[in-house]
Design a binder for this molecule. Structure first.
Ligand SMILES: C[S@@+](CC[C@H](N)C(=O)[O-])C[C@H]1O[C@@H](n2cnc3c(N)ncnc32)[C@H](O)[C@@H]1O
Ligand code: SF4
Length: 399
């Protein structure tokens, strides 16, 4: 058989499983940091880079967590030098997630010097009492200070994460946070409705009846978000994600409708779009998921076990799964429908091998009839009501 060249994977996620303190609502795999474990993790991560590097030419890189910014300057130097040695630099988009309490000018400059060009900062709220309520380690002042410091280090693509429907958050508090966050002038916003994850203190408080969930207020807050985002020149391109379009060089030349099926807004997160479009990616670090050539993997959610495996020269993979093609196509459909642009039919077929119109004809016409979706010759996308209920829509596409 003739040799078939394999195209290297172009997307890389790295999980950093440490935080200064665990927030009340968070179920991501992370733990309060200990110096020795972090050192061991950094060495193991370098080993994992070495194992995958021959099959990796990253166009997008995302260091998430946990709190990647908690690593110190020396640990970052070790990681970045290893990436340089393994020819993993040069991504078009390279994001590092930060907590405002652990950003420093030196780290920011070091990241820039290796080509990191995007920072995503966990803010959640700009109300001091709510930050406290959520168990955040930073004040509102630290958000402004860190933002300024990142700008001075040369970051011109900054995302802020916010949360709404937090217990105790009134509409006035949410509006004020949105106003201040947008006035800061960042390029991107990710706004998440609180999810009550099992095994978190917030979930336990809800179960104990310490507060109740107000679904109507949550819906009103989402509406407020959509209104303010568009007033401030942000374009929604996914349920929770907004990219600034009105930069100083003027408004975007194309209206959303004309562009919706072709290209996302300039500051949209390319790395996440690759997930939603069913693309391949390597996931390194404890608990990280990966998807490479149809095979889904998940690393052990245990930092010590992760280190031990890599010290023995093996990847720390807990599970490998190859989904049946139709199941995978259904998942890909559901993910892509989270985006305002929905699915261009041709692109869906290229990605999955299935014709969306044919395979899900009944679901598509039902969703259009109830005004949750629109369809035309090019593609299928959810309306703003459909997007609000995207999780329920997703269920219908799974086979
Ligand atoms: C891994 S954290 C990112 C940055 C950093 N760890 C921090 O919190 O400062 C990713 C984001 O997910 C969101 N998030 C985490 N848990 C959530 C939950 N239970 N419900 C809604 N959003 C959540 C938060 O907005 C958080 O900033
Ligand atoms: S939200 Fe961020 S800082 Fe808080 S525990 Fe989760 S990962 Fe850590």
């Amino acid at each position: 058989m003739p040799f078939q060249p394999v195209t290297p994977v172009s997307s890389l996620y790295v999980h950093v499983p440490f935080c200064a303190r665990k927030c009340e609502y968070c179920a991501f795999y992370s733990e309060a940091s200990h110096g020795e474990t972090i050192q061991r993790y950094v060495a193991a991560l370098v080993r994992e880079f070495e194992l995958v590097a021959p099959d990796l030419r990253p166009h997008t890189v995302f260091f998430g967590g946990g709190t990647p910014s908690i690593l110190n300057l020396k640990q970052w130097e070790t990681i970045l030098r290893a990436m340089e040695r393994l020819d993993l630099l040069g991504a078009e988009e390279w994001t590092i997630e930060c907590n405002p309490a652990t950003v420093s000018g030196e780290k920011a400059k070091l990241w820039r010097s290796y080509g990191v060009n995007r920072v995503s900062m966990g803010v959640q709220s700009l109300n001091e009492a709510l930050l406290d309520r959520l168990g955040r380690v930073h004040s509102r002042e630290m958000v402004f200070k860190s933002f300024d410091l990142l700008r001075r280090a040369g970051f011109n693509n900054i995302n802020l994460d916010l949360m709404f429907a937090i217990p105790g958050q009134t509409m006035d508090i949410w509006s004020a946070t949105l106003q201040e966050a947008m006035a800061l002038g960042g390029e991107h916003l990710s706004c998440y409705e609180v999810i009550y994850e099992e095994d978190t203190p917030l979930f336990a408080q809800l179960q104990a009846g310490e507060f109740s969930v107000d679904e109507d207020l949550a819906c009103a807050m989402y509406e407020e978000l959509l209104g303010r985002a568009s007033d401030h020149g942000f374009e929604q391109y996914e349920i929770a994600n907004f990219a600034r379009i009105k930069d100083p060089s003027g408004p975007h030349p194309l209206a959303l409708d004309e562009r919706a099926l072709s290209e996302p807004p300039r500051y949209a997160c390319r790395h996440n779009i690759n997930y939603w479009r069913g693309g391949s990616y390597y996931g390194l670090g404890p608990s990280a998921a990966g998807y490479v050539r149809g095979i889904r993997t998940k690393n052990w959610s245990n930092t010590i076990l992760y280190c031990e495996q890599l010290e023995e020269g093996k990847r720390a993979i807990e599970s490998r799964e190859e989904l049946p093609p139709l199941r995978r196509a259904g998942e890909t459909a559901a993910f892509g429908l989270r985006m305002n642009a929905g699915w261009p039919f041709q692109r869906f077929q290229q990605t999955t091998g299935y014709d969306l119109r044919q395979e899900w004809a009944r679901e598509i016409s039902q969703l259009v009839a109830q005004d949750w979706a629109q369809v035309d010759a090019q593609g299928f996308r959810l309306t703003s009501t459909g997007l609000r209920f995207a999780d329920a829509v997703a269920e219908q596409f799974l086979r």
